[in-house]
Design a protein around this ligand. Structure first.
Ligand code: ADP
Ligand code: ASP
Ligand code: MG
Length: 405
């Protein structure tokens, strides 16, 4: 008898028929003799709808109330799922994050898990019942309801898998697994049968929405077995594995893209020790998450420093930079929101030279200019003009032979 965590995304439980179809699937797993803990997201686009509703009611969004509002979406889905299971004679109980033992910090709208004490979930399992847990939620050390952030249901599932020592954590979504690139952009993208944690982390850090990055980090740290698969076809999906030392690695496994960032530049700052430290310390003190930093060659003792930040932080960062620019007597601050990042990811890159050269050649052949470059041992990212990023993804996917034949 295996213990299986099955997490269903918003599309997978998007309407009454989908909820019934998912309940049928769970009942098949139970009849096979396995135990199941389900984690469900809010139905369809309900989280977006609730956020919109909040904006329509008020311009202030107090974290405590936002979390109470958003988690209602998942709570509704758990109760409906249990009713569908009861109809199939499967005993099942719904649990909020708090009831399932998710203790979090007090960072409303993006809370971090401190501890999971799934006693009630375990009791339900021992009594032969399915536990249906609301995703992306918990209770804070101040005893308030908290939301774990967008995509947090994946993290709920992985954390439960770890806390319950489950045999596998299955993340059911609307595609058949992790693909070589976004299948909406490149229809010939290929589903991967396996991918390493390191590669998947690089993919999720550079724009692949599935699974949520925090859940992949959690799974890697705690060695949770992950299986990303479809709630529509139920076929075998993508297994996320440890990299085997002797495994023959694909040089390039996937292409990702991300258009959620903007490029900020502080122009004409003095090129001397301590300047970069001052700029980035000021940003860090305001909790700004900076990525991809480039400093230009010095010209007459001054230089430009550019970096990327999420679109949502642009106006905040602009204010901070204008202040620093004044202090440093810099020439000014400029912002480019029309940028996007394209990345190639592959563990085989560690031992095979020439991937960067090939990537730059492919972009050059497409007439795509590179504004910034960053690399890790298994990833190369280029910042390009936003309106060319789709062309870049398609050309690189073809050039690195990733399509189905
Ligand atoms: P869920 O709601 O099930 O948690 P999301 O809607 O957040 O999942 O993410 C699933 C979507 O991610 C898919 O519909 C797919 O179009 C998109 N996607 C983008 N890039 C990839 C990729 N490389 N592999 C798989 N899916 C991807
Ligand atoms: N429903 C929430 C979201 O869309 C949480 C989740 O499903 O992961 O972000
Ligand atoms: Mg979704």
């Amino acid at each position: 008898m295996a213990l299986v965590i099955q997490k269903f995304g918003g599309t997978a439980v998007g309407d009454p028929e989908r909820i019934q179809a998912v309940a049928e699937h769970v009942s098949r797993t139970i009849r096979r003799g396995d135990q199941v803990v389900m984690v469900v997201s809010a139905m369809g686009k309900e989280t977006d709808d609730l956020l919109r509703l909040a904006s329509e009611v008020s311009s202030t969004h107090p974290g405590r109330e936002m979390d109470m509002l958003i988690t209602a979406g998942e709570r509704k889905a758990t109760a409906l799922m249990c009713m569908a299971l009861h109809d199939l004679d499967i005993p099942a109980d719904s649990f909020t994050g708090s009831q399932a033992g998710f203790l979090t910090d007090t960072t409303h709208t993006n809370a971090k898990i401190i501890e999971v004490r799934p006693d009630r979930v375990r009791e339900a399992l021992d009594a032969g019942r399915v536990a249906v847990v609301g995703g992306s939620q918990g209770v804070s050390t101040d005893n308030d309801v908290t939301f774990l952030g967008r995509g947090g249901s994946d993290t709920t599932a992985v954390a439960l898998a770890h806390a319950l020592n489950a045999d596998v954590c299955e993340l059911y979504t609307d595609v058949t697994g992790v693909f070589t690139t976004d299948p909406r952009l490149v229809p010939s993208a290929r589903k991967m049968n396996t991918i390493s944690f390191d590669e998947l982390l690089e993919m999720t850090a550079t724009g692949c929405p599935k699974p949520a990055m925090r859940s992949v980090e959690y799974a890697r740290t705690h060695r949770v077995k992950l299986h990303v698969r479809s709630a529509f076809t139920w076929q075998e999906g993508t297994w996320v594995t440890e990299e085997e030392p002797n495994m023959e690695q694909a040089i390039v496994s996937a292409i990702t893209h991300d258009d959620s960032e903007a490029k900020m530049t502080i122009n004409g700052v003095p090129d001397k020790p301590g300047v970069a430290a001052q700029v980035f310390r000021s940003l860090a003190n305001q909790d700004i998450n900076v990525d991809l930093i480039v400093q230009n060659v010095s010209d007459h003792g001054v230089t430009d420093i550019s970096f990327t930040v999420p679109h949502d932080d642009v106006s905040h960062v602009e204010k901070i930079l204008n202040q620093i620019a004044g202090e440093l007597e810099a020439q000014g601050v400029s912002i480019d929101t029309e940028i996007a990042r394209v990345s190639v990811v592959g563990a085989g890159m560690r031992t095979n030279p020439g991937v960067a050269a090939k990537m730059f050649e492919v972009l050059a052949d497409e007439g795509i200019n590179i504004a910034m470059i960053s690399t890790s041992a298994i990833r190369i990212s280029c910042v390009v003009q936003e309106n060319r990023v789709e062309d870049a993804v398609k050309a690189l996917h073809t050039a690195f032979n990733l399509s189905t034949t």
